[in-house]
Design a protein around this ligand. Sequence first.
Ligand SMILES: [Zn+2]
Length: 140
Amino acid sequence: MLDYRLFKEINALFAAGNFHAARRLLMEVQSRVIALRDEISTLKTRIHTLEEAVHLSTALYPKNGAYWLATEGVHQGPFCTDCYENSGGLIRFERFSGGLVCPCCSSSLALPESAGFYAEGRASQQARIIPFARQRSSGI
Ligand SMILES: [Zn+2]
């Protein structure tokens, strides 16, 4: 915690011409400010992580033994329930002969007979190309 009395004390030391003591106190204030900034940065990171966890928990829903994610009208999945419940990780199941398997924990899930299993997640099955960098027009 930053003690604002220190500023008055520093000012009084400067006014009295005790520059060495004032400088030492200024260095102490600087050290405290740096510690406070580090604490703020840590707390901001924690808040961001918690906000993401809350958002994820509201957008995630179970269906056919897997988790699915609904964001902005797009349903993605299926994700491994074991990985999400044990570590919070969203790991997409991969297809193998006759079922699905988690590439992280090797948990498996039989692929349902119904053709609608992937119906909601169809949009996410298509690869989306994200441009790495825009090319400049050379003007030549
Ligand atoms: Zn898993």
